[in-house]
Design a protein around this ligand. Structure first.
Ligand code: FPP
Ligand code: MG
Ligand code: MG
Length: 329
């Protein structure tokens, strides 16, 4: 599947490269022993949108798109993403991912965590071949990924705004790797390096929009569409944007919001209680406001592309930003 709809030829060229990325992903994750071989390929085989490779291959079209390093860079970012999902599903106690049982559900937490580590080590090996600058960028990206996740747990510092904190968490845990994907495309295609920063900013903002859309999908999409279990964030007490909005509205005296908060603060371990809270929050106007905020970040992302020359690549990046918000899975 490709996000790139702006031009049929461009989409076809990128699809061909995505197939090469896919083959490399299977090669790199292969293990001689059966257990690590199976667990490493579990989420890869379950599907996924390959959003980061798509974006990287697209920004690479700003330069010489057929360089071998571009495929390796796309493999590296997808491996890091995959690794983080194994760990994330343990931390979120998420039962389903990409329509398949999460790895920890099948093999237990230890195997799931170790598989994430294994994929991360593979990503490091691929990136090492791309040179020290790529390794440095990857190290910084990985630090942000982990800190975003840690800060999500830690919650906002005293006297800071909960919504600003949350947006920073999204920029770190999701925006950072998408920003790096966009940057790598410019770096390894030897495009005009003045474009590296604008596409990075684009990627970071698209990442925020992507994760805000994800929060809404958790509330509104059926499992058959999203491949995940609805309400997982609520059950785990993740303060997503709709939750933060509804709490702020309740604190401001909005009665309907206060009723939703009461459902959210109930014991959500039973399916019925979780479903009531999920449905009430999804029906409250804060969910529409959260979607508007996602749209605003996608628009800000497009604005960052002002230095990128007009043309098919830019049009496709615009389409990419829009698709991130309108997606249902
Ligand atoms: C998904 O968020 C999670 C991330 C975007 C990144 C999480 C980062 C880590 C787990 C650190 C990785 C560490 C190693 C060593 C690999 P989400 O839970 O909001 O989204 P979801 O709905 O897709 O689960
Ligand atoms: Mg999760
Ligand atoms: Mg998480």
């Amino acid at each position: 599947a490709t996000f790139i709809g702006a031009d049929a030829q461009l989409a076809a060229d990128i699809s061909t490269q995505l197939e090469a990325v896919e083959r490399r992903l299977y090669e790199v994750t292969a293990q001689t022993r059966k257990l690590p071989d199976t667990t490493s390929k579990h989420l890869l085989a379950a599907g996924g949108k390959r959003a980061r490779p798509n974006l990287l291959l697209l920004t690479a079209r700003l330069g010489e798109a057929d360089r071998e390093e571009i495929i390796d860079a796309a493999v590296a970012v997808e491996l890091i993403h995959l690794a983080s999902l194994y760990h994330d599903d343990v931390m979120d106690d998420a039962p389903v991912r990409r329509g398949a049982p999460a790895a920890h559900e099948v093999w237990g937490n230890s195997v799931a965590i170790l598989t994430g580590d294994l994929l991360f080590s593979k990503a490091s090996g691929v990136t090492a071949k791309l040179g020290p600058e790529a390794v440095t960028v990857q190290a910084e990206t990985f630090e942000r990924l982990v800190l975003g996740q840690l800060n999500e747990f830690a919650g906002p510092p005293e006297d800071s705004d909960a919504i600003d904190h949350y947006i920073q968490v999204l920029a770190d845990k999701t925006g950072s790797l998408i920003a790096t994907s966009a940057q790598f495309g410019v770096m390894f295609s030897l495009a005009d390096q003045a474009l590296a920063e604008p596409v990075r900013v684009f990627g970071e903002r698209v990442g925020i929009a992507f994760q805000l859309a994800d929060d809404i999908i958790d509330l509104t999409a059926a499992s058959s569409v999203s491949g995940k279990t609805p309400g997982t964030d609520l059950r785990e007490g993740v303060p997503t944007l709709p939750v933060l909005y509804v709490r702020a509205a309740a604190a401001d005296g909005d009665k309907a919001a206060a009723e939703v908060v009461e459902l959210l603060d109930a014991d959500l371990t039973t399916d019925e209680a979780l479903e009531s809270a999920r449905a009430a929050l999804a029906a409250h106007p804060v969910t529409v406001r959260a979607r508007d905020e996602a749209t605003r970040w996608a628009e800000d992302a497009k604005a960052a592309l002002a230095p990128v020359p007009e043309g098919l690549v830019k049009e496709s990046l615009f389409a990419f930003a829009d698709s991130v918000v309108s997606r249902t899975a």
